[in-house]
Design a protein around this ligand. Sequence first.
Ligand SMILES: [Cu+2]
Length: 170
Amino acid sequence: MFVCIRKCYFLINWPVDSVLDLETAPTRKNDWVQIVAMILIVIGIGAAIGLGSAGIYQLATGVPIYSISSSTTGGSTVNVSIPNGVGNSQGLNYVPASVTVAKGGSVVWKNNDPVPHTVTSTSVPSGASSFDSGNMNANATYTVTFTVSGAYRYTCSYHPWMHGTVTVTG
Ligand SMILES: [Cu+2]
């Protein structure tokens, strides 16, 4: 009697199980999508940890990892003004009096004073050429391109209080 009930139960439930199997089929597709989503989430977390670790490394060491290069090597130009009034005032000078340029870069001096001036080197690094603008009248410009690194000193032949430096790096 008990066995019969179990058998009957089995016979009754057999078609029901088949229907349940059909009904669970779409659920299994959803499981597959969830697995792919999980994999993508794990990859995303991994990438976040990687970037975060790099950021911590950057904070700890000060070494930029993803910085855009700000190098000015080659082709950079620095402007220096000979300001209005400098020929009559010993409190004035080239502006700026000290500049830095990457090797291969240029410095352009412009005379913004009505009085004539010069840009004349007084010391240059070993192997570098000296330079002299000669007479620069009002609004004249003079350009020097620096191909040897080191420190250059220059003055104005007419006004000894005018003097500046150019530092060439690289
Ligand atoms: Cu001068």
